[in-house]
Design a protein around this ligand. Structure first.
Ligand SMILES: [Zn+2]
Length: 263
């Protein structure tokens, strides 16, 4: 399931990259997932946008994932992850995030480079290698961009985070995750040192919502709406959702363990 489909884009996305994208769109930050039964339907056009591919390419891959029982299509051709698809997506995101950590922690790449490079090599890591990697790296809780290694932790945390674009002026918050889908945007976050763990305050939001001014220490920065939408933050006073690392203890990567997500 990891080979290319031969689409015309310079970088052909694999089925796994599609699953990861659908996963992120199906469980958006700020949504209270437990109130829903299962993942949200995801418009095929949004998947194409996120991956920077044509709708034709996206449609072709979705057809393939449908054939593999990973997604079903809704009335408007939107993609909905099946149970099998959810389990596969959770494995893919865990593997991707751990390989990113390998690239930053061991090989010295910066966070912006690690996401892109991980796309090229993560498919080569089987389940056992991923488990060993997790142990060797000291059981990290998050990828370099702040996403939990354990996708169930991600789901529990989602309702506690908001994109900066949705915060009111005067709100203090801690940046927790950086959107990874746009390489230029990710590089901007690293260049501007807008990184997980950084504390900010929203100073002003322009009337049309097109610009968000933030304060970080003594600096003020004006972010575009797009930039502000890619920074996921925990507003001050919202409790931190702890990781349950015991879940991933020795060999805890089986489907039975993973299938509890969203229930
Ligand atoms: Zn990452």
């Amino acid at each position: 399931m990891c080979d290319d489909v031969g689409v015309s884009e310079s970088h052909s996305h694999t089925a796994d990259e599609y699953l990861m994208t659908i996963w992120l769109l199906a469980y958006p930050v700020g949504e209270y997932v437990p109130s829903r039964r299962g993942p949200q339907p995801t418009a095929a056009a949004r998947i194409a946008d996120q991956l920077g591919v044509s709708r034709a390419s996206s449609g072709e891959m979705l057809k393939r994932l449908e054939g593999e029982g990973m997604v079903v299509r809704g009335e408007k051709k939107e993609a909905i992850l099946t149970e099998k698809g959810r389990i596969a997506a959770m494995r893919v995101v865990r593997r991707h995030r751990l390989v990113e950590r390998l690239l930053t922690d061991v090989l010295g790449y910066d966070g912006a480079e690690s996401h892109e490079k991980a796309d090229g090599i993560d498919a080569g890591f089987d389940e056992e290698m991923v488990q060993r990697l997790w142990e060797k790296l000291g059981r990290p809780e998050r990828c370099p961009h702040g996403y939990p290694i354990d996708a169930r932790h991600e789901l529990r945390e989602n309702p506690t985070l908001k994109p900066l674009s949705k915060l009111d002026a005067g709100t203090e918050a801690t940046i927790v995750r950086l959107a990874e889908h746009d390489g230029d945007l990710l590089h901007f976050f690293y260049d501007a040192e807008l990184l997980p763990g950084i504390e900010i305050e929203v100073v002003a939001v322009s009337a049309d919502g097109g610009a968000v001014t933030i304060r970080r220490g003594d600096d003020q920065l004006v972010l575009t709406r797009e930039q502000a939408r890619g920074l996921y933050a925990r507003p001050a006073g919202v409790p931190v959702v702890p990781a349950d690392t015991a879940c991933w203890g020795s060999r805890g990567t089986g489907a039975a363990t993973l299938s509890v997500v969203g229930d």
